[in-house]
Write a protein that binds this ligand. Structure first.
Ligand code: PXL
Length: 282
């Protein structure tokens, strides 16, 4: 009998606003995996578009939680990190990767820190420099175009770029240390939006697109990362897993527009879960 795979998701809890753990936990669980969490911070809402949110930094809890798990001989088939609660957490999460790394588990780092050309309000540019260290320890990194620019210390180019530009970014990102790179928010034609993938061991580059729906929809990066991880753990190859993630995010946005939801509250991913389950062949 096949063993159920175990995942640990390391992100914040934004109580309201559907992102980070409130999307990672349901999506990875719906895909059939045993999902543990390590909350990096607790916020009343996420930081995009809300004011006066509360922010409880959980930096001091990370090492004791990890030590308790070690005492239980806990192990994970995948470790997935996203939004970190402080600069110091970069080293703590890197240490946790070293502790729980095995010969065959998967470490996926989403270097969550910026979007649309800007760092999130709670982060300073040193976060970007520190994030490089975490990316170096990953098997796969999943930056958006803005995060890629910060990681590479290059100007952010929002549009009008060509395939050669994207492919240079992919290769430079792989040089940070992860063997595979999935770059999100890629668009060569205004009507399409998607992601580019690069496997540095085979040199293969793929693109995955779907129709662009106008607007900035919050939390979609976390839905993308959670879906990509779920599809990879379901044994889809990188290109197909990326296409599933692109298509599921598109489906979630379609639902959100149909239901006329306010964008800062995140997308209606719950109503598209049956679509995801079908795509994963469950
Ligand atoms: O979705 C990324 C994210 C995660 N967590 C928090 C955020 C954001 C983006 O703004 O504010 C707290």
């Amino acid at each position: 009998m096949k063993k159920q795979k175990r995942v640990v998701a390391i992100h914040d809890i934004s109580c309201v606003g559907r992102c980070s753990l409130t999307v990672a936990l349901p999506i990875i669980s719906a895909a059939g995996f045993n999902t543990s969490v390590l909350p990096t911070a607790v916020l009343s809402t996420h930081t995009g578009g809300f004011e006066n949110f509360t922010y409880r930094d959980l930096t001091d809890d990370i090492r004791p939680i990890s030590e308790h798990w070690q005492s239980l001989n806990a192990s994970f088939d995948a470790i997935y990190s996203g939004f970190l609660g402080s600069f110091e957490q970069i080293d703590l999460v890197a240490e946790l990767f070293d502790t729980f790394r095995t010969d065959d588990n998967l470490i996926l780092v989403d270097p969550v820190m910026a979007d649309n050309g800007e760092l999130y309000s709670v982060y300073s540019p040193e976060m970007a420099i520190g994030m490089k260290k975490l990316c170096a320890k990953a098997d796969i990194i999943v930056p958006n175009l803005t995060e890629a620019a910060f990681l590479l210390e290059k100007p952010y180019i929002a549009e009008g770029y060509d395939q050669a530009h994207i492919e240079a970014l992919l290769k430079n990102l792989a040089e940070l240390g992860a063997k595979k790179v999935v770059l999100t928010g890629v668009s060569f034609d205004k009507s399409k939006l998607g992601a580019a993938t690069y496997d540095s061991e085979t040199g293969v580059i793929h693109y995955a697109f779907n129709d662009r729906i106008e607007g900035l929809f919050h939390g979609t990066g976390d839905i993308f990362g959670s879906t990509l991880l779920s599809a990879l753990l379901s044994d889809f190859p990188l290109d197909e897993a990326t296409q599933i993630a692109v298509d599921y995010v598109h489906e979630c946005i379609v639902k959100t527009v149909e239901l006329d939801q306010e964008k800062k509250y995140g997308v209606c991913f719950e109503q598209a879960i049956p679509y995801l389950i079908k795509r994963l062949g469950l």
